[in-house]
Structure formats: structure tokens, C-alpha cells
Ligand binder design. Structure first.
Ligand SMILES: Nc1ncnc2c1ncn2[C@@H]1O[C@H](COP(=O)(O)OP(=O)(O)O)[C@@H](O)[C@H]1O
Ligand SMILES: [Mg+2]
Length: 330
């Protein structure tokens, strides 16, 4: 029998060698010698404990949103396993899946894509309550409370408005309110401020941090921008072409990145501020074609420190001090 203590130490979320391989192209791509599989997520393992906030960091196309979609069960893993509160989510169906969808919420990148333009704000927020079977008479109070939680001033004045009548920052708060209205345990925020004007980003991020702390949420914050991840998360997972390169305390990674790719990301962020735009990565050309990743270490053809072994052997994620690193240098 498990003791209560053992249970609370169990991770809330675990990925165990998770894979999401997309089939792309057809016979023509095969003829050109290109593989017809994109390994968007390729053997990713990590645990997230209750109340923990983890940043998922990496360039566009490295598989961050794919991990978000796996965690929300919007896609089924093509390999490995995703476990939530001790249960593999692959088997969830019917009522159990509905319950999971209430507990695990996604905050989308573009708030204008995340809402139905024909729904008022009231209808936008009532929808999840209705789906969860909350009686009509209780909905309005829950809607107002959720809008207050995300610090939308005078929330009642927004209820009859349509999305296009709100600013991007206001609408992102509404999207956040909708994600939080069923009191989830776990939230994935996928680049939630990247489509917003720089001037309103810090405000939205502060709301996110504040709500997360007040509700004790477990959160994954997805971004290609280390400055933003640093602002929000105590732990960071650095991804490259579907794999984890480094995983550890954000401040340790910022002050002394170990993996050469993490070093490049840190070098590209001169000032830690959420409004900071940054220089291009100091590692030359962009990421390789994900359908034809390099053998061995997927980062080796951009790595300034690559050597023979990097081409022949995939580096495994190993514990190095406070973090885990997948690199043959360690
Ligand atoms: N539905 C899909 N079908 C085929 N390939 C996809 C699909 N979605 C994403 N990909 C590919 O998977 C890789 C990872 O994408 P994604 O998870 O969106 O990365 P990120 O969020 O880090 O930018 C990319 O190469 C992308 O082109
Ligand atoms: Mg993405």
C-alpha cells in the first residue's frame, strides 16, 4: 500500500520515452530520398511535480507545441507513454477523458484563434461550464470570478462584447480565464504572449505568474525566448529537433549552460527582461530538415564542439550536478 507521503512525491505529469512521429509527404518525397516521417517528439522523458513550473525552450519547429498537444491528448503518442496522476492518458475514454480535459488546460499562442469570433465573452466563458454540467444559474458568478482572477478590470462590462472589440492583451486574459474557469490542476501555456504587442506582454505574464501561484497550478510554459521562460519558470527544459538537450534549474542554465545548444541560446539573450528582443543564435544556419536529422546527436552539424562520437552515437540524457544533459562532452 502507498503511504500518503509517497503519493504526494509522485510526479503529476510524466513523459516516458514519448514519441510523436508525423507521416508527411508521399511517394515523391521518398523518391527524392527524404524520409516521410517527421520525428516531432523523439524519445522525450521528464517528470513534473505538483506546483512546479517548467519552461519548454527551443527554436521554432523543435517540437514544443507537439509536446503540448500530446499532454492535452489532442494527439496520441506514436510511442512511449504519458502519465497523469499515476494513470496513462492513452487509455482515457468517455467520462474519464472529459474529466481529464477539465483538469488539463491549454492556453493558445494567438488569442484571436482561440475563441469563436461570433461568441460574446459571456458565451465564450459559459461554454466550458456548460460542457462540465455547471447549472445555468451558477455560471454568471463563475464567469465574473474568472475574469477577476485574470485582473480584467470591471469584468461585467466585457460580457456582451465580441472578441474583436477587445485588445490582444484583454483577449489573452479572457483566454486565460477560460482555461482556468474549471479550476484545472495543470496548464500548458503555448507561447501565450508571442502574438501580443511588446508593451502588454509583461502585464499578461504577471497575471499568469500570479494566478499560477495563487491556485498552486502545475504549469508548462512554452517559448522560444529564454528571457520569457526565465521570467516565469524555475526549471527549464531545452529542446532541439524533438529531443531534450538539457533540463535543470533555470538560473543554473542561464548562469552556466552546459550543452553547447543551451550555451548558444543563453549567448543570444543579452538582457533578462520580458520585453527584450534578441540577436540571432550564434551557431550559424537554421535547424536542419527535421525529416533528415543528422545521425547521432541531432545538434552536431551546428555544434562548435562536435567530434567523431557525436555522429555515431545518440547522447543519452544524464544527470550532471543539478541538471540533466544529453551531450558526449559530459
Ligand atoms: N500536423 C503535422 N503534420 C506534420 N508535421 C507536423 C505537424 N505538426 C507539426 N509538424 C512538424 O513537427 C515539428 C515540430 O513542430 P511543433 O511541435 O509545432 O514545433 P514548435 O512548437 O517547437 O515550433 C516541425 O517540423 C513541424 O513542421
Ligand atoms: Mg509551437
Amino acid at each position: 500500500m502507498r503511504s500518503a507521503v509517497t503519493y504526494s512525491n509522485e510526479p503529476l505529469v510524466s513523459l516516458r520515452s514519448a514519441e510523436l512521429h508525423y507521416r508527411v509527404g508521399g511517394a515523391l518525397s521518398a523518391l527524392r530520398g527524404r524520409s516521410s516521417v517527421v520525428k516531432a517528439v523523439d524519445g522525450v522523458s521528464f517528470d513534473i511535480h505538483r506546483g512546479e513550473s517548467v519552461g519548454l525552450l527551443g527554436e521554432s519547429g523543435c517540437g514544443k507545441s507537439s509536446i503540448g498537444r500530446l499532454l492535452m491528448k489532442l494527439e496520441d503518442a506514436t510511442g512511449g507513454e504519458i502519465v497523469f496522476a499515476g494513470e496513462p492518458i492513452s487509455g482515457l475514454r468517455g467520462a474519464a477523458l472529459k474529466c481529464y480535459r477539465a483538469k488539463a488546460q491549454l492556453i493558445f499562442q494567438n488569442p484571436f484563434d482561440a475563441v469563436n469570433p461570433r461568441f460574446t465573452i459571456r458565451a465564450t466563458l459559459a461554454e466550458p461550464l456548460e460542457n462540465a454540467g455547471i447549472p445555468a444559474g451558477e455560471r454568471e458568478a463563475r464567469i465574473i470570478a474568472a475574469l477577476e482572477l485574470v485582473r480584467l478590470p470591471q469584468p461585467a462590462q466585457f460580457l456582451d462584447r465580441y472578441p474583436h472589440q477587445l485588445s490582444g492583451g484583454q483577449l489573452q486574459r479572457v483566454v486565460m480565464a477560460r482555461a482556468l474557469i474549471l479550476q484545472p490542476d495543470f496548464v500548458v501555456a503555448d507561447e501565450p504572449v508571442s502574438m501580443l504587442d511588446v508593451s502588454v506582454r509583461a502585464g499578461v505574464l504577471n497575471v499568469f505568474r500570479d494566478v499560477r501561484d495563487r491556485l498552486g497550478l502545475t504549469a508548462i510554459y512554452i517559448s522560444h525566448d529564454l528571457a520569457l521562460v526565465r521570467y516565469v519558470c524555475e526549471r527549464t527544459i531545452v529542446m532541439y529537433l524533438g529531443r531534450i538537450m538539457e533540463d535543470g534549474p533555470t538560473e543554473d542554465i542561464v548562469h552556466e549552460p552546459l550543452h553547447p545548444y543551451a550555451k548558444a541560446l543563453v549567448a543570444a539573450v543579452p538582457v533578462p527582461h520580458p520585453d527584450q528582443s534578441h540577436d540571432p543564435l550564434p551557431i550559424g544556419r537554421g535547424a536542419p530538415d527535421p525529416r533528415n536529422p543528422p545521425s547521432g546527436c541531432v545538434f552536431r552539424d551546428r555544434c562548435p564542439r562536435a567530434f567523431d562520437r557525436c555522429a555515431s552515437e545518440v547522447p543519452q540524457l544524464r544527470q550532471i550536478g543539478t541538471r540533466k544533459v544529453a551531450c558526449h562532452l559530459f
